[in-house]
Ligand binder design. Structure first.
Ligand code: NAP
Length: 306
């Protein structure tokens, strides 16, 4: 069978695309490598900027998006796409998974992004033993303890606030003297008595035998300090998951897929939606907008094909 569309990834962009594809009555399929849908919002404690929903847990929003897509008749298979090739002068895209091939006239790439690592000594060795990239997943293990968060964006600020609810002390360590995080989060951080902002500082090493015991930090002026903490939460941004298409498409210098609001890429019939494409603002609200726009572009492409 050749589908009209295959969507790779089921974060907000992929699920919004599925809702629009179902309503357009396209024959389509969603392929998701993870056991759950929702992408990065599954790791977000609360979402407060999705219009119409003043506050919702990230996990719950992910589940609701999936429910909505399924309610419209979305078929989803949890399997990883390993390779994509083109047939019939590019009119058919073949997606290879372990053991099965899927064919489609169009593909929406909605694989999102994954967390960036610091690449410092001890980070890899102690991951899962005090080093974590997900405060909402692992924060409960640090109740009553001292922890550090590295980063200065929305995720670092949200993580620090989330951890401050249960931890004795939270150091938020940022490499500059200004946070990138939204003003409302900065206000909350200033109001949190057990959060200490550590400016112009980078984490340079994680120490511990079987568990994190301390971290070394270095200020811009070269001053080094040993901080005794039981956990280090790393929230220093994301990397687009573009390995699958790195040979098919020209990526920008930071690894994102060049595509505008219509999600059209340089490859006819291949579209990029959500955090994976070049854009100014990566949020749930812009990801779902991409899902809708990408399907509109798919339809336009399919009309021209006939
Ligand atoms: P981000 O906004 O890219 O911020 C990454 C932070 O990590 C920056 O402060 C950056 O420092 C720092 N950083 C990067 N590399 C570093 C390194 N090697 N060492 C030390 N620090 C490093 O990433 P994010 O916070 O993960 O957020 C990702 C996207 O999701 C953003 O667009 C964000 O707005 C969005 N988001 C939105 C919400 C919301 O609206 N509720 C919630 C979560 C995430 P510099 O500032 O010096 O560059």
């Amino acid at each position: 069978m050749v589908y009209d569309l295959i969507i790779i990834g089921s974060g907000p962009a992929g699920l919004a695309a599925a809702i629009y594809a179902a309503r357009a009555r396209l024959s389509f399929l969603v392929l998701e490598k993870m056991p759950l849908s929702g992408g990065q919002i599954l790791n977000t404690y609360e979402v407060e900027n999705y219009p119409g929903i003043p506050t919702i847990g990230g996990f719950e929003l992910g589940m609701k998006l999936r429910e909505h897509a399924e309610h419209q008749g979305t078929e989803m298979i949890h399997i990883e796409v390993r390779h994509i090739s083109l047939e019939e002068q590019g009119r058919i895209k073949v997606l290879y998974t372990d053991g099965k091939e899927y064919r489609a006239r169009t593909v929406i790439l909605a694989m999102g992004a994954k967390y960036r690592t610091l690449g410092i000594p001890g980070e890899k060795e102690l991951t899962g033993m005090g080093v974590s990239y997900c405060a909402t997943c692992d924060g409960a293990f640090f109740r009553g303890r001292k922890v550090a968060v590295a980063g200065g964006g929305d995720v670092a600020a949200e993580d620090a606030l989330f951890l401050a609810r249960g931890c004795e002390k939270v150091y938020l360590i940022h490499r500059r003297d200004q946070l990138r995080a939204a003003g409302v989060l900065q206000e909350k951080l200033r109001a949190a008595e057990n959060v200490e902002l550590v400016w112009n500082t980078e984490v340079t090493r994680v120490n511990g035998e079987e568990h994190v015991e301390s971290i070394w930090t270095r200020k811009k002026d070269g001053t080094e300090q040993l901080l005794e903490v039981d956990g280090l939460f790393i929230a220093v941004g994301n990397l687009p998951q573009t390995e699958l298409v790195a040979k098919l498409l020209q990526l920008d210098e930071t690894g994102y897929i060049p595509a505008g609001e219509n999600c059209v890429t340089e490859l006819p019939g291949v579209f990029a939606a959500g955090d994976i494409r070049t854009k100014q603002l990566r949020q749930v609200v812009t990801a779902v907008a991409d899902g809708a726009n990408a399907v509109a572009s798919v339809q336009e492409y399919l009309y021209k094909m006939i």
